[in-house]
Design a binder for this molecule. Sequence first.
Ligand SMILES: [Zn+2]
Length: 415
Amino acid sequence: MDKKFREFKKQLNRIYTNNKIYHKKMQEKHLMPNDITDWNDIKKLPLTTKEDLLKDYPNGWNCVDEEKIKIYHASSGTTGKPLIVGLTEKDILLREDTIITNAMFAGITKNDIVQICYGFGMFTGGFSFYDGLKKLGCKIIPTGTLSTQMQLFYMKKLNPTVLITSPSHAMHLYEKARQLEIDIKKIPLRIIRVGSELLTETMRKKIKKAWGERVSVTQDYGMTETLGPGLGMECQHENGMHLNDSYYFELIDPITKKPTTSNVGELVVTTIYNECFGLIRYKTNDLVEISTEKCSCGKESPRIIKFIGRTDDMLKVKGVKVFVSQIEDFLFTYPYFSHQYEIVLSNENYKDILTINIETKEEVIAEVNNNKKLVEQEFKNKFGITSEINILESNTLSTKLGKVKRVKDLRGVKI
Ligand SMILES: [Zn+2]
């Protein structure tokens, strides 16, 4: 029996004993921890869904007494009440070590000056990086969610070598710097580590073009449920996120929920070491493509090479299924569009209407408007859906930090 499996068995026993919700789910399948004797048996265990985690709110999922919890974090709660996750001392140490590994994958060293633009609130991003990078020995500029202008002020004065933020915020900082005529070439930035939102290859190219080809742009992947960033970590070769070996991953068919042998499917994660908030076969809702080919960095761990979309980011328009990430990829092939866009779904006479509002630079707006019909036609050719594309001036759409709401579905809204 390998060491990782032994640790998993300890975790399963603890969850079975302390977590009433998962205990009941196992009982319903007539399963005891001892029925699981190797990795192959894990398929017998019930899947965990986000809805399960919200039962007996807020402490129902915890495996430890409340006295052992040292800090609480929470998901953004954009689709209902926020999911609250408690961390014990052991979880905090685990998270610090995960961030150190994550930083090393990105190429960050103790000599770096790191500006963290994630919120220092209930969101895990800010504190995760703060704790981990402090332990690594970096110098930290915790600008958190300060205004873009103030973020740039500290960048200019304190010369960060690493920026940690979301892809859209990296672009927003660049555009604001351009407006304020700040010479960003003077900032000795060498790494932009993004997370919190999906980084498409077209967005990576946009960020590199903006900040300079010398800057490495890589991403990580994680979630509040698994203690924050570090489930997937891209190395400097920029070719997908290595899966963290401190977790166990499976792929399932998103429709049948059965394990799949394909390299494309919904990612399911099992925690091995987490103490308070252990997860067995957690459905992440993320549809991914995995590569098991050796990475150019020499590591053989499987990598997420593509995010196909979130099962809850899948839009059904006029009966056609389309992912927000596919629409984004399409929009970003036009160099004159900015990274700021929103997709609005509405309904007229029982017919779905898809509208895309997207920004462009003021100086080219007339010219871009001339191409509007062509873009709409190409959209129709690609997705088989008619769309209305509205071209707006810069700074028309809201640019809040954190997770940007890309879709407004007004179809169920009664006016
Ligand atoms: Zn690699």
